[in-house]
Design a protein around this ligand. Structure first.
Ligand code: SF4
Length: 423
């Protein structure tokens, strides 16, 4: 029987899809393209309302085309009741190990629906890994926050950290297979280990003590946890194996809005963390996230966000408009902001962030940098990453999966370009 997995959303969803593919292949199923598939597994994302709408439309489209559809991912945990009744099975993010059951039962006319919140050790499950240079290793599932706008936590649940031993074992196996970049991912790497009496800094120390020429990318970490072990984390980051990259979502420049979001840190906390990292790593590549149009965000509050961005000058900002998510506190808050205003604000921030990124990237022109090449770029050339995780495009003949000395020749707001000096 032939199956096709269509995946949406974050690194964890992509890692979940690699696990489902491996379980299916080990059970004798064939991975195929969409047209020849007997079953289509749509591995959904529902982080925002427009994304959820797209998922429902895509499910209907596949069913109308006569496909047998299995719904996986976060949507079943967020809007189960809205999923088209014609689907053959529904499994949640903690039930991906039942994908084979789901198809076998569907073949008998039984519709499996399993969205239970349960513990599933995904590091014990096989995976069919896509890239051959960088590997995503989930270090935990879920988080310790209760952000009022977030529905993802209904899917990913409360923090469950994987043991450092298991993670180190995965890293060593990946390096033995030739991987050169380890991407540590979770809903919030900042609270990694808080449930097993350790933390991210200790985990990084264990990983960087492994022999070999490789780099580690640390996934998104929330300020309210990072501030608890800031010095320890900065110490761990000093190892050259750690990309000098920090993804620290601030979400708003207004403390009252942060309180309404239940983010449990202040703008001052955010700036303290950024200041401490930049003092040690002047070349830090800072990424952050901003939500505009959160209920109660008046013009003054928005201006505080603009001022924060002008003060901190992040290398990259993921700007998103507030999106009503089912069953969240923010969905029931008064003073909802009109979509037109939210759109205006996201445009203002997007322009600001591009001008800042452009100015920052100009200073790299003419400099020599070390680059790890990943693979063919979408727009041609060979895509790579500098040691502070800046995106850089090299000539087509650059070897893939290598550390190369490069001279930066051009810079845009979103990527650099360079010529190879040597390996
Ligand atoms: S940290 Fe907040 S936004 Fe992120 S998954 Fe947890 S509750 Fe959602």
């Amino acid at each position: 029987m032939r199956v096709y997995i269509e995946t949406y959303g974050c690194a964890r969803n992509r890692a979940d899809a690699e696990i489902m593919e491996a379980l299916l292949v080990n059970a004798g199923f064939k991975l195929s393209n969409l047209d020849s598939a007997d079953y289509v597994i749509i591995n959904t994302c529902a982080v925002k309302d427009p994304t959820e709408t797209h998922m429902h439309r895509r499910i209907k489209e596949l069913l109308d085309d006569g496909k047998k559809v299995i719904v996986a991912g976060c949507l079943p945990h967020i809007s189960l009741e809205k999923i088209d009744n014609r689907v053959s099975a529904i499994i949640g993010v903690k039930s991906i190990n039942r994908i084979v059951d789901a198809i076998r039962l569907a073949e008998k006319g039984i519709k499996l629906v399993d969205v239970e919140q349960k513990s599933l050790d995904k590091l014990e499950l096989p995976r069919i890994l896509k890239s051959r240079v960088a590997i995503t290793i989930p270090i935990s599932e879920g988080c310790l926050n209760a952000c009022t706008y977030c529905a993802t936590r209904f899917a990913r649940g409360v923090l469950k950290s994987y043991s450092p031993e298991k993670i180190v074992k995965w890293v060593k196996e990946a390096l033995a297979k030739g991987y050169r970049e380890i991407q540590l991912s979770s809903e919030d790497t900042g609270c990694y280990g808080f449930d097993i009496r350790t933390n991210l800094a200790k985990l990084l120390d264990e990983i960087t003590s492994i022999e070999g020429e490789f780099r580690v990318r640390v996934g998104m970490a929330n300020p309210n946890h990072v501030i608890k072990f800031l010095d320890e984390l900065i110490d761990a980051y000093k190892d050259e194996k750690i990309y000098k990259f920090l993804h620290l979502p601030v979400q708003s420049g207004d403390n009252d809005i942060l309180r309404r979001m239940a983010r449990t840190y202040t703008v001052e906390d955010f700036e303290e963390i950024v200041g401490a990292f930049r003092k040690e790593f002047p070349e830090l590549n800072l990424n952050t996230d901003i939500i505009v149009g959160f209920p109660g965000e008046d013009e003054e509050a928005f201006q505080r966000t603009v001022e924060l961005i002008k003060r901190v000058r992040p290398d990259k900002i993921n700007v998103s408009r507030f999106s009503l998510r089912p069953k969240t506190l923010a969905a029931r808050m008064p003073n909802q902001i009109h979509g037109r205003i939210a759109k205006q604000r996201s445009r203002i921030l997007h322009r600001l962030r591009l001008s800042i990124s452009y100015e920052i990237n100009q200073k790299y022109i003419g400099r020599e940098v070390l680059v790890l090449t990943h693979g063919h770029g979408e727009k041609g050339g060979i895509e790579g990453r500098t040691m502070n995780y800046k995106d850089i495009i090299l000539p087509e003949d650059a070897p893939i999966g290598e550390f190369l000395k490069v001279k930066v020749t051009k810079a845009t707001a979103t990527y650099l370009m360079g010529e190879i000096l040597g390996s």
